[in-house]
Write a protein that binds this ligand. Structure first.
Ligand SMILES: Cc1ncc(COP(=O)(O)O)c(C=O)c1O
Length: 349
């Protein structure tokens, strides 16, 4: 049976976490002289002189209503990248353990593994960008701690088959992380409602994409309470700053506006795909459940350079396995998309 304790690093099992001044005191008080803050204020607004809530309860309660997940099953990170890094630091023994990724996929799973001296094993996606379950299974050994699954996947944009993800969840005894950074743009259902069925599941989401708040740095991990407790034990005491907490809380009052934006981006993605497909330099557009398109073109390097000269930056993915000859293009505003198309029309093939 899956037990978080069995997966944890020994040093984390034994760790006495940092206890902040506010962890020891709960409730209302008149005078706070416990945290060595500047009691006089700040050059900005009054509330920045105080440390923020270490566990961000208001934010989690608001998020809990939106996601229908109890606050105790939520961890908030300084971007999803912190949610990724903490899993390595808590569960993976440097120089000994390994994790599996399914390339082509989001780069930070690998970078974070290297930073933490964890071996990366690769089960390359199949030609249709779906999981290669046989290869995945063959790579697992008793030092495999995490399988990273990105759905919808970056850079291909497609969603992975739900049944395949369930097969991994049902058969792998370590952590299965489903990174749903782009889930709001997808036709498919999130895994956040499956936490009760899968004690080994971690779902990552972010405020950086659909919510339009990349600058605030707010990532979310949804998991069993046992896994969230590990996250809280290992995280820096005040990992989400006060202005991020306040602004994200305010943004969460505007779910309707965010949903309108998501619908618009999805419609613009479809429109952009059609217009790109009509260009002679475009060979193929891959189906996307995200806010970007992977586009195979006649000469990725030359087109990338040409766009740069016209001050339009896209992502050259042509050196990435299975993405040979491809550019990854984010859906922009209507004007930006128009300018992109007009510029590409003037490229001589
Ligand atoms: C799949 C995926 N996960 C996570 C992230 C990073 O999210 P955050 O901004 O929350 O660190 C990205 C950013 O591009 C991404 O593509």
């Amino acid at each position: 049976m899956f037990q978080v304790e069995n997966l944890l690093r020994e040093n984390i099992k034994k760790l006495t976490p940092y206890s902040s001044a506010r962890d020891e005191f709960h409730g209302e008080a008149k005078i706070f002289l416990d945290a060595n803050e500047n009691s006089l204020g700040s050059p900005l607004t009054v509330w920045y002189n105080r440390y923020p809530d270490p566990l961000q309860w208001k934010l989690k309660e608001s998020l809990s209503k939106i996601k229908a997940v109890p606050p105790e099953n939520i961890f908030l990170g300084n971007g999803s990248d912190e949610c990724i890094d903490i899993l390595y630091r808590a569960f993976c023994e440097p120089g000994k353990d390994n994790v599996i990724i399914n390339p082509p996929t989001y780069g930070m799973y690998e970078v974070s593994a290297h930073i933490n001296d964890i071996e990366i094993r690769r089960a390359r996606l199949l030609d249709d960008f779906q999981l290669d379950l046989v290869h995945l299974e063959n790579l697992v050994d008793d030092r495999t701690k995490i399988i990273w699954i990105c759905s919808p996947n970056n850079p291909s944009g497609n969603s992975l088959f739900r049944e395949d993800i369930e097969t991994v969840l049902n058969n792998f005894p370590g952590l299965v992380v489903v990174d749903e950074a782009y889930i709001n743009f997808s036709r498919h259902k999130s895994f956040v409602q499956e936490l009760k069925d899968y004690p080994n599941l971690v779902v990552l989401q972010t405020m950086s994409k659909a919510w339009g708040l990349a600058g605030l740095r707010l990532g979310m991990a949804f998991a069993s309470e046992a896994i969230i407790d590990v996250y809280n034990k290992v995280k820096p005491p005040y990992n989400i700053n006060q202005s991020t907490q306040q602004l994200a809380l305010k943004a969460m009052e505007e779910v309707g506006q965010v949903n309108d934006m998501i619908r618009l981006i999805v419609a613009m993605r479809e429109d952009l795909a059609k217009r790109l497909a009509s260009l002679p330099l475009v060979k193929k557009i891959f189906p996307s459940d995200a806010n970007f398109l992977l586009v195979k073109v006649v000469d990725a390097k030359a087109i990338y350079q040409y766009l740069i000269e016209k001050q339009i930056v896209v992502r050259d993915r042509s050196k990435v396995e299975l993405c040979e000859g491809c550019l990854r293009i984010t859906v922009g505003t209507e004007n930006e998309n128009n300018e992109l198309i007009t510029t590409l029309q003037s490229f001589s093939v």
